[in-house]
Design a binder for this molecule. Structure first.
Ligand code: NAD
Length: 462
């Protein structure tokens, strides 16, 4: 039996406070007393100044984030080694969300997103959460599962038990595929077997339950599943077909909660209306899809910035949003607490890693991880969950008060102005006139530009 197999099922009761190691490390490493995420005037600086301030505030060299300059970043050569048929790289804006306090430590959060308002909204919600201590996060152990499908077993019920009897042998076989993972304290923790009836057959589906430590774990568990498949087929008395991880990573959960101050939110009426807004998402799949998309605005931005697999996290989140009765529902909950403040909580699968995939290869991802200061995948997972909750609260607050468009529109107007061909000097005037006229549209931007240029031409002719 493999060394890591002895702690059978220990992950089920494991509750890690996702940021504790991080905060201790920071407190004692190199005389750094702590990160400061309250950065007054940050938004008024240039991108270069913001990089230097963010780096300094996170206890890094002022140039530690310079790789985020588009002139540095991912080279074509590096990209050519990452995927196939490379022709170029895509620039996505990376912003830094401020004000976050997670498990008592400040943290500056890199977010890669093309959507306006996301970074500002997260920072704003984090500012409100700070009043009552910021975000508290916990994570389950980093457990991923791989499935091995068996077809045509004559006696599926007995096959299931035969496989469970062989769990020691199968676990050892799987663990020998990844001695490094076992060395780092990971490896197979359990083996389960499910019978899945379908129109074609009753499939015997074996799950390898694997602690993947600081990896996202897809390659790690896929390799193990392929290695045990032949033996699984022999024991079950059938033919094996699929051997791959499940993205329903429901044993690898990250949780975040925070109390949002009623007064800072706009009063008890706003709290009540946010609770109603969240209740609609719990009850109605049409609303839940948008509600969860709002959570993913924050989650995906951090996952992308750190070079992690956005599709894996999204697949995990949406599969977790299915209630026991089969309804698609919201991932978060909002309640009025005993003091009348808003208590928000979020739990979702978080298969993110710090080794493997693009996390170690992409220079921007490496800088993003440095800025976060996380030492383990679980710490990263907790911060991502906190950002998801912040993003969710910000959207609900806007929806329950002035509506989502006001905040969106001024930033959206910039994009419309640029698309219409406005120069950097013309953008502020075009934006201001579109907002005053409450007409943020391409045709309006073009009309304003034409008027501006005609006016400038006339002035030059004078
Ligand atoms: P990986 O295989 O590149 O790296 C993981 C390996 O790193 C481990 O197996 C271990 O040997 C080693 N390692 C070193 N230090 C470690 C530590 N501290 N903790 C854990 N392992 C350590 O990467 P991975 O995480 O297994 O796979 C992630 C990649 O797989 C991503 O790029 C993802 O996009 C891709 N992928 C995803 C899917 C899916 O989600 N359906 C399917 C296939 C591949």
């Amino acid at each position: 039996m493999g060394a890591a197999f002895g702690s059978d099922l220990s992950f089920r009761t494991s509750r890690l406070r996702c940021g504790s190691v991080n905060s201790l490390f920071r407190r004692y490493a190199g005389g750094i007393v702590g990160v400061h995420s309250r950065l007054a005037g940050f938004r008024d600086l240039s991108p270069g100044e913001r990089r230097a301030i963010a780096a300094k505030s996170a206890g890094l060299d002022p140039g530690a984030l310079d790789v985020l300059d588009p002139a540095a970043g991912l080279t074509l050569d590096q990209a050519d080694h990452m995927i196939e048929n490379v022709v170029g790289v895509l620039g996505v804006p990376v912003g830094v969300a401020t004000n976050f306090s997670v498990n008592g430590s400040d943290v500056l959060v890199p977010m890669a997103t093309e959507e306006p308002s996301v970074v500002a909204a997260a920072s704003n919600a984090a500012r409100i959460a700070r009043i009552h201590g910021g975000f508290a996060t916990t994570c389950s152990a980093p457990i991923m599962q791989a499935q091995v499908q068996v077809l045509g077993a004559a006696d599926p019920h007995a096959a299931r038990l035969r496989l469970l009897e062989a769990r020691g042998e199968l676990a050892e076989l799987a663990n020998t595929q990844d001695p490094r993972l076992v060395e780092f304290g990971g490896g197979v923790r359990d083996i389960t077997v499910r019978l899945v009836p379908s129109g074609e057959d009753v499939y015997v589906v074996l799950h390898l339950v694997v602690d993947v430590r600081d990896a996202m774990g897809a390659n790690a568990v896929n390799t193990m599943a392929e290695a045990v498949a032949t033996r699984v087929g022999e024991i079950a008395g059938g033919r094996t077909l699929l051997r791959i991880l499940t993205n329903k990573a429901d044993l690898r959960l990250a949780r975040a909660r925070a109390v949002f101050d009623a007064e800072a939110l706009g009063g008890s009426r706003v709290v009540r209306d946010i609770v109603h807004a969240a209740a609609l998402a719990e009850a109605d799949p049409y609303r839940a899809a948008t509600h969860n998309k709002g959570i993913m605005n924050g989650v995906t931005a951090v996952v992308l910035a750190t070079g992690n697999d956005t599709r894996a996290v999204e697949a995990g989140a949406h599969s977790h949003a299915i209630a026991p009765d089969g309804r698609y529902t919201s991932l978060s909950h909002f309640e009025r607490d005993a003091e009348g403040n808003l208590s928000g909580s979020l739990e979702l699968p978080m298969p993110v890693g710090l080794v493997g995939g693009a996390t170690k290869v992409h220079p921007v991802a490496r800088a993003a991880v440095r800025l976060l200061g996380v030492r383990t995948a679980s710490e990263l997972a907790g911060i991502v969950a906190a950002v998801g909750l912040a993003q969710n609260l910000a959207a609900l607050r806007a929806l329950a008060t002035e509506g989502i468009q006001r905040g969106h529109m001024s930033l959206h107007a910039r994009n419309v102005a640029v698309t219409a061909g406005a120069s950097p000097e013309e953008i502020p005037t075009v934006v201001a006139r579109m907002l005053t006229a409450k007409a943020v549209r391409a045709d309006r931007a073009e009309q304003i530009l034409a008027e501006l240029r005609a006016g400038a031409g006339a002035a030059e002719g004078d």
